[in-house]
Design a protein around this ligand. Structure first.
Ligand code: SAM
Length: 272
């Protein structure tokens, strides 16, 4: 156990290690791992969450990028039959390699904040495998994930994540729970992929495109920001008022705009 404290936290790997036993316990209780669970932990670090996850009896794979942490993790956990360590980049990890059944994999992690958004998008591409995800993220990111239409937090991240998942902002965690303390507040979020999408788009890449285009200039009206994709008449045909700003639209309205776009020839310039 003494080696645990000889590792110097590396900023480039986003290393802020949890040391507050109360916070660790609260996170583990929120996850509520069971012996029959198939779990994946991203960035186990020095094992703050790993230990409790393994003690639940769940089958746990972990992916850690920092080679220097591998001996520290192995020393603590290699003897456990439910522990399986992968050294590598979670952004490149093939989740299918865990051969999990549909909607079975439970993903957890106190994520390195610099990769949290691309990692969530990478996981969403495999959302059919995932039962739920529990992440520690920067508090502002959790607020954007959980936001509803009408405010400044509602944007591309909220819409694309809520297209795939139910989002729950569970609780906030202050900087003092970590070593070293980060400069920002953190929060725990639960993401549960929908088994049936509430607002399925005909082509989900077109939804991404409409949302990206709309929020590129979030202060402008939709008829302005979307003019290269849809005419005002096409926006109205989707049941959307072209004089609104993108943050005033809910997910269902964005899906209607994407479906309207899928109706037309994408190479044809939209009428003014
Ligand atoms: N889970 C530990 C805890 O709560 O104390 C560590 C959390 S620390 C915020 C993030 C961890 O993710 C570090 O151990 C870091 O080395 C690891 N990490 C950073 N980038 C990674 C990546 N691309 N893939 C996998 N692990 C990564």
């Amino acid at each position: 156990m003494t080696e645990q404290y000889q590792h110097r936290a590396r900023k480039r790997f986003g290393q802020n290690f949890l040391h507050d036993a109360g916070v660790i316990d609260r996170i583990l209780r929120s996850i509520h791992a069971k012996p029959e669970d198939r779990m994946l932990e991203i960035g186990p670090g020095q094992g703050a969450l790993t230990k409790g996850l393994l003690n639940s009896g769940a089958q746990l794979d972990v992916v850690e990028l920092d080679k220097d942490l591998i001996p520290i993790l192995n020393q603590q956990f290699a003897g456990k039959s439910n522990f399986n360590l992968h050294q590598g980049d979670a952004l490149k990890f093939d989740f299918n390699s865990l051969s999990a059944a549909p909607s079975s994999l439970r993903v957890v992690g106190n994520l390195p904040y610099n990769i949290s958004t691309p990692l969530i998008f990478h996981l969403l591409h495999n959302s059919h495998l995932i039962r739920d995800m529990h992440f520690m993220l920067q508090k502002e990111v959790v607020e954007r994930l959980a936001a509803g239409p009408g405010g400044g937090d509602w944007g591309r991240l909220s819409i694309m994540v809520q297209y795939h998942c139910r989002v729950e902002h569970l609780f906030n965690v202050g900087p003092g729970a970590f070593n070293p303390p980060p400069k920002v507040d953190s929060a725990i979020v639960r993401l549960v992929p929908h088994t049936v999408l509430p607002h399925p788009a005909k082509d989900h890449r077109l939804l991404e495109r409409v949302v990206r285009e709309a929020f590129n200039q979030r202060r402008k009206t939709l008829r302005n920001t979307l003019k290269l994709l849809l005419s005002n008449a096409e926006i109205e045909a989707a049941g959307v008022d072209g004089s609104l700003r993108p943050e005033q639209l809910d997910l269902a309205a964005f899906v209607r705009l994407a479906d309207q776009l899928s109706e037309q020839d994408l190479h044809k310039p939209a009428d003014a």
